[in-house]
Design a protein around this ligand. Sequence first.
Ligand code: ATP
Length: 758
Amino acid sequence: KIGARFRDHSLDGTPKRIGVLTSGGDAPGMNPAVRAVVRYGISKGCEIFGIYEGYQGLVDGGKFIKKMDWKSVRGWLAVGGTSIGTARCMPFKTREGRLQAACNLVKNGIDSLIVCGGDGSLTGADVFRSEWSGLIEELFKTERITKDEATQYNHLTIVGLVGSIDNDMSSTDITIGAVTSLHRICESVDSIGTTASSHSRAFVVEVMGRHCGWLALMAGIATGADFVFIPERPPADDWETTICNVAHRHRELGKRKTVIIVAEGAIDSALNPIKVDQIKDILTERLGLDTRVTTLGHTQRGGSPAAFDRILATVQGVASVDAVLRSTPDMPSPMIGMSDNQVTCKPLMKAVELTHEVAQAIGEKNFARAMALRDPQFAEEYDIYNSSTILDDDSLELPEHLRLRIGIVHVGAPAGGMNAATRTAARYAVNRGHTPIAIFNGFDGLIKGTLQDLTWSDVDGWTSRGGSELGTNRHVPGEQLDMGMVAYQMQEFNLQGLLIIGGFEAYACLMHLEKARDKYPSLCIPMCVIPATVSNNVPGTDYSLGTDTALNAIVNSCDAIIQSARSSRRRVFVVEVQGGRSGYLAVEAGLASGANTIYIPEEGLNLTRLQSDVHHLMALYMDDDPDKSEGRIVLRNETVSKTYTTDVISSIFKEEGHALFDSRTAVLGHIQQGNTPSPMDRIRATRLGMHSIQFMEQQTQEILTSHKNKTTPVELCKTVGSAVVVGLNNRKPKDAWWYERRPLVDLLAGRGLFSAGA
Ligand code: ATP
C-alpha cells in the first residue's frame, strides 16, 4: 500500500527490489544511510531488503535477508555503528561464496545491491557484478535457478556508498563516518590537552589510518597539535631532531604542553614505521619531557553520528537509490561521493583503483603522487597546518617592504570557529613577517583605540575555544556618524589590511567601509570578511563558520528531546531554532534529527499548512503501536511567522491532536552557538584564516606591481576586488544551495505516505 503513489516516472520506470548491506569496519553514518535507502526507496515504489552481517549474510541467505519497512529504520539517525551488522567475510572472496550469494539474491528476487563500506567492500561489489552473468549461467546449468529466473536476473545493478572512518577513498572529498571519528579524536585530544598543560607533559597520540593521514592531519589542525605524522608525507630525514626543535621552541614561547599526533600507518622517508613509543622515547631522552602515549583505538569508531555524517549519509543514501533507478546494464557501477559540497556519482572501479594507487605510490616512495591522489584540499591543509603551527619557518618570511600591519576584528554574534580563524590568520601573518593586530570589542573597540599586537603565543589554544576571544558586537560603522573615527583610528594605527570575522553585519561593515573609501584614504587597503554566523546567510560562501557547531548543538538537543518525547509517549515537541531569515539550520537540523517537518521563512507558514501537518501527525499516531508510541519533533525557525509562534503552534497541535498526541515546546536559544567549536568549523576556520592573509598579500603585491615607483605596501587600493568575502565553494552566489534538500525532510518523515484517512 505504501510507495506506489510516490513513484517518480522521471527515473527509468521499473521499481527495483534493492538489497542494502554494510560491510568492512563499521562507520558512524551507516545507519542513517540505510535509513535513507529504505525510506527513499520505498517512496520510489521499490522494495528494500536489509542484508544482515555484510557479505556473510548474502552468502548465508535465509534469515539474514529481511524485507525492510518504513518503521524498521525508525530512530536510526542517532545510532552509531550499523544496526544491520557488518562482518569481514572470507567466503565472499571466493567464487564459490559469490555463487551462493548470487543464488540467494535471485531466490529473494533482488535485482540491485547498495553496498556501504570501504575500498575492500566496494572491490568485492565490483568483482561480483563483473562475474554476474557467469554466476547466473552456472546456477542455471547446475539447476539451482530456473530458466525464467536466469532470464529475469541476467543483470545485477550495484551502487557503492563509501562508509569508512579513515576517509581513505579516492574520488570523493569525504567518506561517511570520518567526521564523527574526527569529533571523537578532537574530544580526546582536547581532554588530553588539559591534563598535559596541568602537568606540563608531552602526549603522543596514535589515531587510525593505515594508509591515510586524513584523521591525523585534520586532528592536528583542529586541536593545534605541535606535530603530525602521516603516511603520505613522511617527515624529512632527521625528523627526531626536528620534533625536538619544534617542541623546545614552543615550550620556550610559553606552551606548557606538547601534543604529537601519529597516524597508525606513519612512516619515515625510507618507509620504516614511526611508532608512538619511539617518539615518546625521543622526547623523554632528548628533552627530558614527561611523555605519555595514548592510543585512541576503537573509541574512534565513533558512537552516535555527528550532524555532518547524518546529513552526508542521508543525501548520499537518497542518491544511491536514484543511481539504482537510473542504472542501465551497459553503465559501469557507480560510487556515490562528494566533491566541492555536491553529491557525485563516479565509476566505482576507477575510484577503487585510484585508492589502491595511494598505497602503491607510498610503497614506491612517490609521496608527491600519494598526496595528489587525495582530495584536492588535503595537500593544501597540510601546508596550512605547517605554516600556522610551526614557528620560525624562514622560508615563509616576506621581504620587509611587503610586510603589513593587519587588523583583525569580530563583528555580530559569536560563532564557533571565530577564534580558530583569528589564530590561523595571526600565526600565518607572524610567520610571513606581518604584524597581526587584535581589535577588541568590534568597531566600538576600534573607535576607542583598544588595539593590541598579537604574538604567536597570544593565540595558542584558540582553535578549540568557543565564543569570541576578541569580543564581538553588532556595531556596523557607517550606520551612525562614526566612519570618520573609524578611518582616523585606522590611520592612527597604520592598518594596512583589515580582516573582519562575523555574520551578515560583518558583510554590511565591509560594504560601508568600501563605500566610504572615496572620502577616507585610510580605508583604501585590502579588506576581507570571513563569514561566521550560525545563520549561514552571508553571500559568497556555501558555509559560514559556526554553522556546523550550531547544527551539532541542535542535533544533540533534539536527540535528548526526542528521547523525552518518546518516554512520555505520544508527544510532539515544537523546537525553535535560530537562523534569522534563513532556513538553513532548520533544513539541515531537520534532516539530521529526523524532524517530522520544518517551518522556515523561505516558505512561510499559514493555517492550511498547520492543518495539514496536524492531519499528518494524527495519521502517524493512528498507525503507531499504542504501547510503543513515538516521540516526534517539528522544527520552527525563530522568524517564520509573527502569528504562529512556537507556543501557538504547540497549542494548536495540543488542541487538534485530541487524544492522539500531546505537545510541548523547546526554545534552544543561545545554546545553538555551541560550546567548543566542532572540528569542521575549526578546519574551515583554519583554511579561511590563511586565505584571508594570502588575499591581502596578493592585493598588496598587485598594487606594488602596478605602481612601480612605490616601495611601501600601503597604497591606494580602491578596486572592488580589494574588499571581498573569503568563502568556501560558493556554487551559486545568490541561491541557497541547501534549499534543494528541503523536500527530503518531509519525504523521509513519511509525508504523503501516511494520511489520516489511510
Ligand atoms: P575498511 O575501510 O573498514 O577496512 P573495507 O570495506 O575496506 O573497510 P575489507 O575488510 O577490506 O574492509 O573488506 C570487507 C569485505 O569485503 C571482506 O571481508 C570481503 O568479504 C569483501 N571483499 C574485500 N575485498 C574483496 C575482493 N577482492 N573480492 C571479493 N570480496 C572482497
